[in-house]
Ligand binder design. Structure first.
Ligand SMILES: [Ca+2]
Length: 303
């Protein structure tokens, strides 16, 4: 690779020093523990999640058709209604009042025509959201984008090490206090999920990349805003049932760990806007609150 090509790939990325760090947490959800020392090599990671504008460049260059734009395979969903076997994706719908938090169908709807460019369905668009993280991308779409960009998806350990920003064992990516001096540090949900969004952080849905302060490694939106795909299946730590991430029918479908929580994570339901938090998402699922960012590893000799 020429020096110029390397420069272009690494533009907008931050170099993360390798070494060992404490991964996981023990005071929140069982699937995050135990806290253990984990080693990672040096790597570069995108300073912010891949944006709608980034993804649009990828689609224009490659003609990529996302999973959400293709009809679901009936053999994968033998029990599904015919109405569900059309191209579409999962869209969050706020409720009018308190609902049973054990049933995610109260706030997730499968919307035909919802895509990365129309995240809430055919009547929506992204013309003013070019700087927002891309959503409605399944694992395969994230992999395809990464390959096109000359990058890869992070492992869970790489992602968490980067998200911690050099702060050992802190609860949040910026420290132990949620809103230091009253300052909101990430796009989460304030109020009672899924019906009362107090908007103390100014955003009901996604926010433009970089709207909140970066962490110690100069990374924006590592927690909150959107969940991010990693390439890990998380089996080594045992998969626990997901809370706020919608579970598609089809338990046989492989899963990958998603990290970081989203604008839908609220203290009363899913306090997942923390580096240690993790969920297990089926690889063909796309939603209005899952995106991704990429890495470049020192070991692949780009340097
Ligand atoms: Ca918010």
């Amino acid at each position: 690779m020429t020096a110029r090509a390397r420069e272009m790939v690494l533009e907008g990325m931050r170099r993360i020093p390798g070494g060992s760090f404490f991964m996981g947490a023990e005071e929140f959800d069982a699937e995050e523990g135990p806290v253990r020392r984990v080693e990672v090599e040096d790597f570069w990671i995108d300073a912010h999640p891949v944006t709608v504008a980034d993804f649009r460049r990828f689609v224009r260059a490659t003609g990529h058709v996302t999973v959400a734009e293709r009809p679901p395979d009936r053999s994968e969903y033998p029990d599904a209604d015919a109405g569900m076997l059309v191209p579409g994706s999962l869209v969050f719908r706020p409720c009018r009042g308190p609902v049973d938090l054990r049933d995610v169908r109260n706030w997730w709807a499968y919307v035909p025509g919802a895509t990365w460019a129309r995240p809430e369905g055919p009547a929506s668009d992204t013309y003013t959201r070019g700087r927002h993280p891309v959503t409605q991308v399944a694992y395969e779409d994230a992999l395809a984008y990464a390959a096109w960009a000359g990058k890869e998806l992070p492992t869970e350990a790489e992602w968490e090490h980067a998200a911690r920003g050099g702060l050992e064992t802190a609860v949040f990516a910026w420290g132990d206090e949620f809103a230091p001096n009253g300052r909101m540090m990430a796009n989460t949900w304030q109020g009672e999920f899924p019906w009362q969004n107090l908007l103390s952080d100014g955003y009901a849905g996604t926010s433009p990349a970089g709207a909140f302060p970066p962490n110690g490694y100069g990374l924006y939106d590592v927690t909150g805003n959107v969940w991010e795909w990693t390439c890990d299946d998380g089996r080594s730590n045992g998969a626990a049932p997901p809370c706020c991430a919608p579970t598609a029918p089809g338990a046989h479908i492989p899963r990958r760990v998603i990290k970081g929580g989203s604008h839908l994570c609220a203290p009363n339901y899913c306090l997942r806007y923390r580096p240690a938090a993790r969920q297990f998402e089926t690889i063909d699922t796309s939603t209005s609150h899952i995106g991704f960012r990429c890495v470049v590893r020192a070991a692949n000799r780009i340097a």
